[in-house]
Design a protein around this ligand. Sequence first.
Ligand SMILES: NC(=O)c1ccc[n+]([C@@H]2O[C@H](COP(=O)([O-])OP(=O)(O)OC[C@H]3O[C@@H](n4cnc5c(N)ncnc54)[C@H](OP(=O)(O)O)[C@@H]3O)[C@@H](O)[C@H]2O)c1
Length: 355
Amino acid sequence: MITQATDQRMVTEVVLPGVVAPEGLQIRQRPAAHPRAGQALLAMEATGVSFAEQQMRRGRYYDQPPFPFVPGYDLVGRVEAVGADVDPGLVGRRFAALTKTGGWASHVVVDAADLVEVPDAVSSADAETLVVNGITAWQMLHRVARIRAGQTVLVMGANGGVGSTLVQLARSAGVRVIGTASPRHHDTLRHLGATPVDYRDPDLWAHLRELAPDGVDAVFDHVGGEGIVDSFRMLAPGGTLVSYGTASTRDDAGSSRVPVLKLVARLFLWNLLPNSRRAHFFNIWAGRRRPEAFRAKLRADLGQVFALLGDGVVKAQVADRIPLSRAVEAMRLAESGTVTGKVVLVPDPASAPCS
Ligand SMILES: NC(=O)c1ccc[n+]([C@@H]2O[C@H](COP(=O)([O-])OP(=O)(O)OC[C@H]3O[C@@H](n4cnc5c(N)ncnc54)[C@H](OP(=O)(O)O)[C@@H]3O)[C@@H](O)[C@H]2O)c1
């Protein structure tokens, strides 16, 4: 059984056909799929450009599907139809979903169990900036590093989607934040409550030591590569390194898996040494083999982030809103190194408006 007909509906989607420049992204139209048992059809109101798509278009994301595919790590949308075994009362309500791929489309079929409700007070574009970014930042801060008020942390890439969320969530928990970013973003970082440092400064680590002579309680590092050694050395006794990416290898040739595997092996070895510091590689998909526990954790954590957004404690960092069919422009902007926060894709004017 399907509640509400989806016959004749055409879906607009962005296709990544292979390793291409942003201009190589393709716009395609096809008939909408019907949601099957356990699924829901979302009319997209906001999706966005993550670093993952920048890696995928280079064929550099750890476990991307074979080309061609529709990218899009997450979205916010309104339920238009549901399949059998799904509460028909979901139709018309607004939800967020973490998809890894497939979000860059006007309509997306997802498992209904993966939906997380978006509070009425929060706009779709604002909520979108905090789906993958909010879950990642919340879990790294509270489930991995277990930060406490009064501590000091170092956030690399503090102007990015995850980075700016880490800064805000840490500040809201009473934690002092030092953030690395290009100088053009330093005023924004100060505004978010972080002490900014230029990550291209040749004396970066000496400068960081001046700011935190005894080291920091946690480092959040998405850069990887050789710099991970300095991140680990920056920890105070009892501190935690949370590594969660290899941005420094985005433009390298060769296997996309080797840099991640090398990094994970290195962190594993550091944990064997008697140095009173911990090193973790965070993966948002870890635990997926136990779907109920995974979904419950994700729903609880994203719920906390949305509540802070609704209360105004956390402010959405929307770098720009760009219609879906102009995904090329959105990708270019996200990769320009000029933005704070997330570039959000919204429906084209002819389809559903973004709230
Ligand atoms: N492990 C997980 O489960 C998980 C989940 C989500 C995200 N991530 C990772 O989190 C990171 C951030 O993602 P995002 O979507 O927030 O990205 P984003 O919004 O595009 O921000 C990327 C940030 O990284 C900086 N950056 C880019 N290239 C760099 C390089 N070569 N060296 C140092 N810094 C660099 C950028 O600085 P400029 O603006 O100055 O270029 C920006 O601050 C990515 O590495 C992504 O893979 C991991």
